[in-house]
Structure formats: C-alpha cells, structure tokens
Design a protein around this ligand. Structure first.
Ligand SMILES: [Zn+2]
Length: 150
C-alpha cells in the first residue's frame, strides 16, 4: 500500500512537474502570441461600442471632403488660368509665323492685317502694301502660313 501510494505520489508529482515544465515551455511562446490578441480583442470589445462609431464616421467623410476640396480648386484654377492666358494673346496674334511674300519671320511689332477673319502678320514693312493691293492673291498663303509661290 505504501509503495503504491508513494508510486502514485511520485507519478503524480512527476506528472505535475512535467505539466509545469510543459506549461512554462508552452507559456513562453503562448505568452507572446495570445496576449496581444487578448488585449486587442478586449480593447475592441470595449471600444467597438464607443470609440469606433465616432472615428469611422468622422474619418470616412473627411478624406473625400479634403480630396474634393483640394482637387476641385486646383483643377479649376489650372484649367481656367491656362486657357485664358493662352487665348488672350492668340486673339491678336497672327495666324501665320512667316511672311508669305518675303518668307521672313513675322515681326510682332509690325501692324497686322485682317483677311477673311484671320489676323495676318508680316515680317517687313514692304509686304503689307503688297498684301493690301492683292489680298486675295496673298491671303490664302498667309492663312496657310506658307510662302507665296509667285
Ligand atoms: Zn514680308
């Protein structure tokens, strides 16, 4: 009886010791893994009811609003300023860059002539009189920005 009890106790203690060792060994890896999830699980459980509704509702609308406000003014300002600045000088700018009669580059400082709604520029002071004398002869070449073929 005594031996069996002692064996039982030994086995029990041994088993308990093994179990303790096993728990401590398993506890180390388990302590790192399960503890963070436990904290995260407990935190959401409490915060899900109070915290998430406010942040999600406030965070969701904010990004679209900031993006919409940031993109809309930037796009409209860029698109509005660019064409206006380019169209304004284009109105008075000649359609041609070369003088169709002499082939010289158009001089912006020289006065322009109108031909069928087109503003025509000249590269020298000798060509405007020739153009005014025969606008239908030189006009198309000026509009096409090509050197007039005599
Ligand atoms: Zn010319």
């Amino acid at each position: 009886m005594i031996r069996s009890v002692s064996v039982f106790l030994f086995a029990f203690l041994a088993g308990a010791a093994v179990a303790l060792v096993a728990r401590t060994v398993r506890h180390a890896p388990h302590a790192d893994a399960p503890e963070p999830p436990l904290v995260l699980e407990q935190a959401p459980m409490v915060s899900n009811a109070l915290v998430p509704p406010a942040p999600t509702a406030a965070a969701a609308p904010q990004p679209p609003e900031t993006h919409a406000h940031a993109h809309a003014p930037a796009a409209s300002a860029t698109s509005a300023t660019t064409p206006v600045r380019s169209e304004t000088p284009t109105v008075a700018r000649p359609v041609n860059t070369i003088c169709a009669i002499c082939g010289m580059d158009v001089d912006p400082s020289l006065p322009t002539e109108q031909y069928q709604g087109h503003t025509i520029g000249f590269g020298c002071r000798a060509c405007p009189p020739k153009f005014r004398a025969e606008p239908d002869k030189y006009g198309p070449a000026y509009v096409r920005n090509e050197l007039h073929a005599p």
